[in-house]
Design a protein around this ligand. Structure first.
Ligand code: RB5
Length: 142
């Protein structure tokens, strides 16, 4: 799986940590920035990561800002995007099984590193359940 990843300054450090840890596990990341803790605008990175997923250049995306809220709001403006702001193992699993989320949003100023890594692991390895959930998703997303 190739994963598009992006953050603003509030998520930069967690983004670097996730790339480092999960690359070592064999995941491939396409890093859309940002590239430092200098202040930037999160919608710019949400748009770039979402475009990559929508165009099929990457299989899924991860977006990180301070809270994860701005990134999820910006990403969900795109009809083909189902961005899930996850805070724990359970929401990560459900966002894949029931919502077929194609973008994971995280709050870099909210989550501890170990919890964030657990969320990413679950999210990247949990398949969509399909069935009744497919019909429901079709009512709001392409
Ligand atoms: C940036 O200070 C902060 O507003 C941003 O990272 C994010 O939390 C917005 O939702």
């Amino acid at each position: 799986m190739i994963v598009a990843i992006g953050s603003d300054h509030g998520g930069f450090e967690l983004k670097q940590r996730i790339i480092e840890k999960f690359s070592a596990d064999g995941h491939v990341f396409s890093d859309f920035g940002c590239h430092s803790t200098a202040s930037v605008d999160y919608p710019d990175f949400a748009e770039a990561v979402c475009a990559s997923v929508i165009e099929g250049k990457t299989d899924a995306g991860i977006l990180i800002c301070g809270t994860g809220i701005g990134m999820s709001m910006a990403a969900n403006k795109f009809k083909k995007i189902r961005a899930a702001l996850c805070h724990d193992h359970f929401t990560a699993r459900m966002s894949r099984e029931h919502n077929n989320a194609n973008i994971l949003c995280l709050g870099g100023r909210v989550l501890g590193v170990s919890v964030a890594e657990d969320i990413v692991h679950v999210w990247l390895t949990t398949p969509f359940s399909g069935g009744r959930h497919k019909n429901r998703i079709g009512k709001f997303s392409d």
